[in-house]
Design a protein around this ligand. Structure first.
Ligand code: GDP
Ligand code: MG
Length: 177
C-alpha cells in the first residue's frame, strides 16, 4: 500500500546574503521582482499549492529574515524540512564556495535520517547578468560529487527556469521520507 504523505511540504532556502533567495520565492509565488533591496518577504514562509504526481500538495517555502548575514538561523528554520535549496550568485564565485558551508549547516541542524540521500537543489541565480560555462561547470561538478543534488540556473529577474527548479523541488520533497 502506498504510504500517506502529509499535504504540506516544507522547503527551506539557504545561501549567502544577496544571492536572490527572497527574489526567487517572490518570482515563483507572486511573479514579482523588485530591483531594490528587499531583505525579507515579511513572513516566515509563503505557500503555493501545486500538483505533484497527480497529488495536490502545498509547498511551504521558508525564507530567512536576513539573519544569514550575521547570525545562525534558528533550529525551527531547519526542523522538518522536506527539501533544502542552496542558492548562489553566478556572478560571485565566493557565494558558490559557500555551498559546502550551507549544506553542512543544514545537515548538522536538521540532522535528517540519511545525510547522503536527503534531497538538495542547488540554484545558480542571476543568469540574466552573466553566463560563464566554466564557472557553472564547477557548481555542476560540486553537485555531482554529493548525494542527491540537482542543479538549476535561474534568473529571479526575468523568471528563467524558476518554475522548472521549483517543479523539481516539489517532486523531490514529495519523494523524501
Ligand atoms: P537574498 O539576500 O538572498 O534574499 O537576496 P535578495 O532576493 O534580497 O536579492 C538581492 C539583490 O539581488 C536584490 O537587489 C535583487 O533585486 C537582486 N536580484 C535577485 N535575483 C536577481 C536576478 O536573478 N537577477 C538580477 N539581475 N538581480 C537579482
Ligand atoms: Mg532575503
Amino acid at each position: 500500500m502506498e504510504s500517506m504523505k502529509r499535504a504540506f511540504l516544507k522547503i527551506i532556502i539557504l545561501g549567502d546574503s544577496g544571492v536572490g533567495k527572497t527574489s526567487l520565492i517572490n518570482q515563483y509565488v507572486n511573479r514579482q521582482f523588485y530591483n531594490e533591496y528587499k531583505a525579507t518577504i515579511g513572513a516566515d514562509f509563503l505557500t503555493k499549492e501545486v500538483i505533484v504526481d497527480n497529488k495536490l500538495v502545498t509547498l511551504q517555502i521558508w525564507d530567512t529574515a536576513g539573519q544569514e548575514r550575521f547570525a545562525s538561523l534558528g533550529v525551527a528554520y531547519y526542523r522538518g524540512a522536506d527539501c533544502c535549496v542552496l542558492v548562489y550568485d553566478v556572478t560571485k564565485p565566493t557565494t558558490r564556495d559557500s555551498l559546502d558551508k550551507w549544506r553542512n549547516d543544514f545537515l548538522e541542524h536538521a540532522n535528517p535520517l540519511h545525510h547522503d540521500k536527503f534531497p538538495f537543489i542547488v540554484i545558480g541565480n542571476k543568469t540574466d547578468l552573466q553566463k560563464n560555462a566554466e564557472n557553472n561547470a564547477i557548481a555542476q561538478s560540486w553537485c555531482n560529487g554529493k548525494g542527491n543534488v540537482s542543479y538549476f540556473e535561474t534568473s529571479a529577474k526575468n523568471g528563467n527556469s524558476v518554475e522548472e527548479a521549483f517543479d523539481t523541488i516539489g517532486q523531490k520533497a514529495l519523494e523524501q521520507d
